[in-house]
Design a protein around this ligand. Structure first.
Ligand code: IDP
Length: 142
């Protein structure tokens, strides 16, 4: 399996729950490495730009308001099959449908406040990583 990079966001609901460490541990325990991380407060415009792909969806306004409602932890995860592995660890978008033991099953409130974001393809991952991090901020182990 190829070594990949993916963009993770620990969303405001999970940050408020003091679950940053618990969530990062799951990534590390699954063999992913955190090669960049930053805590920040997104503006509504920052969130809107990041989620521009959803701009015509009915939940776009709500999503941007939620993502800028408190601090988030953005990180880049690296490892074999990192994109799919992270999606598997996250669980389904709606925590009601998320498999037991997944991050969303354990930490998410509802479909709006669903604890984490993870890139859904290699193309998206490259775009999302560049949205938050410059090349020199990425610190792979080798
Ligand atoms: P994902 O985060 O599992 O990749 P996407 O379909 O890319 O899911 O949607 C982005 C985010 O938009 C979701 O994580 C969720 O917070 C929000 N969202 C998606 N669908 C709905 C919805 O039907 N109502 C409210 N929020 C939604």
């Amino acid at each position: 399996m190829a070594v990949e990079r993916t963009l993770s966001i620990i969303k405001p609901d999970a940050v408020k729950k003091n679950a940053i460490g618990a969530i990062l541990s799951r990534f590390e325990q699954a063999g992913l490495q955190v090669i960049a991380a930053r805590m920040l407060q997104l503006s509504a415009a920052d969130a809107g730009g990041f989620y521009a792909v959803h701009k015509d969806r009915p939940f776009y306004g709500e999503l941007c308001a939620f993502m800028s409602s408190g601090p988030v932890l953005v990180s880049v995860l690296e490892g074999e099959g990192a994109i799919a592995k992270n999606r598997e660890l996250m669980g389904a978008t709606n925590p009601k449908d998320a498999a037991p033991g997944t991050i969303r099953a354990d930490f998410a409130e509802n479909i709006d406040a669903n604890a984490v974001h993870g890139s859904d393809s290699a193309e998206t991952a490259a775009w999302e990583i560049a949205y938050f991090f410059s090349k020199r901020e990425l610190c792979p182990r080798s």
